[in-house]
Design a protein around this ligand. Structure first.
Ligand code: DGL
Length: 278
């Protein structure tokens, strides 16, 4: 089969990677996508680097059984912790979210103050700080770990008027009051699902604030690579298959809400059985 016809693989610990899928569907409508959300082992963002790397290798192995032509790690935690290991271990083009989101943020900041909201593991890895320093050393970066956001999103607390989510957003953004950024990177791909609350609260606290959706911008980086290398699929309507490692119902429900289309083709894969079979 021609490489162009093969699907793109996208993975995350759960729903967050859908922020990249939504954009991929928009900008690469002919592509088939295989999505894996490791919901049975979520969250990743509070785990050790060793565990994150192990889980990420399992996720890659699963996607490769679907003959994917490229993989988008639509997870800030894995991108920050395991990108190098994955690139040297797997023979397929692999893309993370850190570089594209950092480049976008640097291009947007006027005050040269960028905040990164991400999981505790991502903040400890300092991957965004390093990427931003590599682009423009005069930009200051302030990272805030936001461990409560992923459970809120996974449990469907994503409505604009959700009181609990608004309170927690307010709590985390209060930590940035002295720093007062003009750009905030949502360095965990789950966070754009509550982007409107984050954006509104940030503008109230700091004035005009640009929000960078790391899942969305990484989709553009992948498109650029496929186009430049003649690997994009150029006809037919793209189809997305969804796999999760725990019960599929809740995933399908929130995915439908977020993507604005019915997501009912979610299959559960048994990670233990899959790993045992290997
Ligand atoms: N969506 C993920 C990220 O971008 C992982 C969140 C988690 O599992 O803690 O970091």
């Amino acid at each position: 089969m021609n490489v162009n016809e093969l699907p793109i693989g996208v993975f995350d610990s759960g729903l967050g990677g859908l922020t990249a899928v939504r954009e991929l569907k928009e900008i690469l409508p002919h592509e088939n996508i295989v999505y894996f959300g490791d919901t049975g082992r979520l969250p990743y963002g509070t785990r050790s680097a060793e565990t994150i790397i192990k889980y990420a290798c399992d996720d890659m192995n699963f996607l490769l059984t679907n003959s994917v032509k490229a993989v988008l790690i639509a997870c800030g935690t894995v991108s920050s912790t395991a990108l190098g290991v994955l690139k040297s271990s797997f023979d397929v083009p692999i893309f993370g979210v850190v570089e594209p989101a950092s480049a976008e943020a640097v291009s947007l900041t006027k005050k040269k103050k960028i905040a990164v909201l991400a999981t505790p593991s991502t903040i400890s890895a300092k991957a965004f700080d390093k990427a931003i320093a590599g682009i423009d050393g005069s930009v200051s970066v302030c990272g805030i770990g936001c461990p409560m956001f992923v459970p809120l999103v996974e449990n469907g607390y994503i409505g604009e008027d959700c009181f609990v989510t608004k309170e927690i957003v307010n709590e985390y953004l209060s930590k940035l009051e002295n720093f007062a950024p003009d750009v905030i990177i949502l360095g965990c791909t789950h966070y754009p699902l509550i982007k409107s609350i984050i954006s509104k609260t940030a503008c109230e606290k700091f004035g005009k604030t640009e929000i960078v959706d790391s899942g969305k911008v990484s989709a553009h980086a992948l498109k650029k690579y496929l186009d430049q290398n003649g690997m994009a699929k150029t006809d037919g309507e793209g189809f997305t298959r969804y796999y999760v490692s725990d019960e599929p119902h809740n995933f399908g429900k929130t995915a439908s809400l977020f993507l604005g289309e019915q997501v009912d083709n979610v299959s559960k894969i048994d990670m233990e059985e899959y790993l045992y079979k290997k």
